[in-house]
Unconditional design. Sequence first.
Length: 236
Amino acid sequence: MDSNERPDVLIDSLPYFDQEIDYEGMRAKVDKLVEQEMKKRPASFKRDQVLNFPANFEFFKDSPVLTTEYQRVQQGKPIAEMDTTRYKLAEPEDKEDQEDWKKAVDNSKAQLQHQNLRMFNLELLQKYGANAWRLHNYQLEHELQQYQMIMEEYKQNILDLNKQRKSEQLQAGNQIEALNNKWNEMIGQTLQVEVACASLEVEVQQLKSYEQQLKTSLEMSNEEQATEDENNKTED
């Protein structure tokens, strides 16, 4: 999740360090949380735009040929065979009709011109085709090398980034673990101090009670001594 999309969410996971996903039942819990989070996303979210694609969208509306072909594929019809009647030298149906003869002659001229163009193109192909094809292959190989270099650069950048992420996460994880251990140790020490304080409070209460008992005993002894002295004076 991008932090720009949910600025209220703090990404604090360390996937290279955390091992809780391997705990029993943890993966199912994570999947459930992810599903709940996905439901909170707005309908206009860029990755969910495909879900809002209109059902009545008209494909190839600017190309009647592609529209017809698309409908043919949808209906499962076989592709129509190419009409070759245009390339045949058929005789006129009515050999007495001058117009039919004119059409046949025009068709013959068109066929002859077409064959001349084919011969011309074949001569050009024989003369320049091999070199043009080699040049085209060389350009494709050069483009392929460029794309491969870019791909290798991206792969190396991804590898370096993952190495950096792993190093930072392991360092952060070890630091968090050390701080957690220190926190547990301090909590343990605090509990020990609290237990010691409670024990001292009990001991102080016991000493106060013992002090009170001593005071009471001393007062009683003083009263008895005073009574005895008074009795002795009376006898004298």
